[in-house]
Design a binder for this molecule. Structure first.
Ligand code: ADP
Ligand code: TRP
Length: 321
């Protein structure tokens, strides 16, 4: 099975990214043909700051490696190192109906949140479709927010296949129900764009500040509470053992769940969970040359595959003569 997914280096990666996508990807390393990449061209739709983008790209790469991704067991690269994706984007954009893009929630949400309504932001899903189709990916693990973009990729692939003959595999989204949407500290979807995240590698006081700021209601300790509508409970469910979670669940339903105490427990669990990865990340960032070498090798591997598809596409549409 060919599995592929990408992540934007537009801010520090957070536990929503981890549970929504990174963890699934890392766990697939042994038994699938895995493609993982940092989508810096996509991030350009929201980040116009040279240092932030380049540093963010290196950090996102270090995050994946520190969390256990083995570049020998997958193809791991930075999107812009494979320029073939831009050519495929253009070709696909000539058969993408405007209406398909106009219906995308993500564009509308981002503009509503104040992002510049650029052509790049509007055609973001076409670049994403090219990312997926270029490698003939069969499965794409993402959070629920990306489901519509996957549908767009399938629609474009189907349109291409109908017009020019069978060329692309139709990709399937892989969305895990439990971690489809990890809530942020304000209860909305955790997202780099909403300043409501808990970054994976945050520690010490800044981590404590974030965890203590998770929004909870004003129900007194002894009264019963609804775990399913509580962001704190949802986060605890990602970190606590099954036995401990059952106890916490009981405290919610029967009364006795003290939010402050549970937040401290969550803080401890987050710190412990990522302790080893945190030191690995530092080692990787201390040697950026080595990190760049890993990415360059990955790009070479990715490019070989990309060229096979692009060559076929050029031939199908007639720009090879
Ligand atoms: P962000 O919204 O923070 O910018 P991205 O759009 O870069 O995140 O998403 C990277 C991956 O992480 C995608 O697969 C996305 O669906 C997943 N993801 C992002 N936020 C969450 C979340 N809060 N819960 C679950 N998955 C998420
Ligand atoms: N749009 C995705 C996100 O914001 C990132 C992305 C770009 C992606 N290209 C991709 C995800 C290809 C999966 C496959 O999360």
């Amino acid at each position: 099975m060919k599995i592929l997914s990408g992540i934007q280096p537009s801010g520090k990666l957070h536990i929503g990214n981890y549970f929504g996508m990174m963890k699934t990807m890392i766990s697939q390393m042994e038994n699938s043909e895995l493609y993982v990449f940092i989508v810096d061209l996509h991030a350009l739709t929201s980040v116009h700051d040279r240092n932030r983008l380049s540093q963010g790209t290196l950090e996102a790469a270090a995050d994946f490696l520190a969390l256990g991704l083995d570049p020998e067991k997958c193809t791991f690269w930075v999107q812009s190192d494979v320029p073939e994706v831009c050519e495929l984007t253009w070709i696909l954009s000539t058969l993408t109906p405007m209406g398909l893009l106009e219906r995308c929630h993500s564009y509308k949400d981002k503009v509503a949140k104040g992002l510049h309504a650029s052509h790049g932001l509007f055609s973001y899903p076409v670049l994403m479709a090219a990312d997926i189709l270029l490698y003939q990916a069969e499965q794409v693990p993402v959070g629920k927010d990306q489901k519509q973009h996957l549908e767009v990729a399938r629609d474009i692939a189907q349109k291409f296949n109908n017009e020019f003959g069978e060329t692309f595999v139709l990709p399937e989204p892989a969305i895990s129900e439990k971690t489809a949407i990890v809530p942020g500290i304000d209860g909305q979807k955790m997202s780099k764009s909403y300043d409501n995240t808990i970054p994976i590698f945050l520690e010490g006081k800044p981590l404590k500040k974030r965890v203590m700021a998770i929004q909870t209601d004003a129900t007194p300790v002894e009264e019963p509470k609804d775990p399913d509508s509580c962001s704190l409970y949802q986060m605890l469910s990602l970190f606590a053992s099954a036995d401990r979670l059952a106890e916490i669940h009981e405290l919610y339903v029967k009364g006795g769940a003290a939010y402050g105490y549970l937040k401290l427990e969550l803080l401890e669990l987050i710190s412990e969970r990522f302790a080893e990865a945190r030191s690995k990340k530092q080692l990787l960032l201390d040697d950026p040359h080595e990190l760049r070498a890993i990415l360059a090798k990955g790009a070479e591997k990715a490019r070989e595959k990309a060229m096979v598809t692009l060559d076929l596409v050029r031939d199908r549409v007639g720009i090879k003569y």
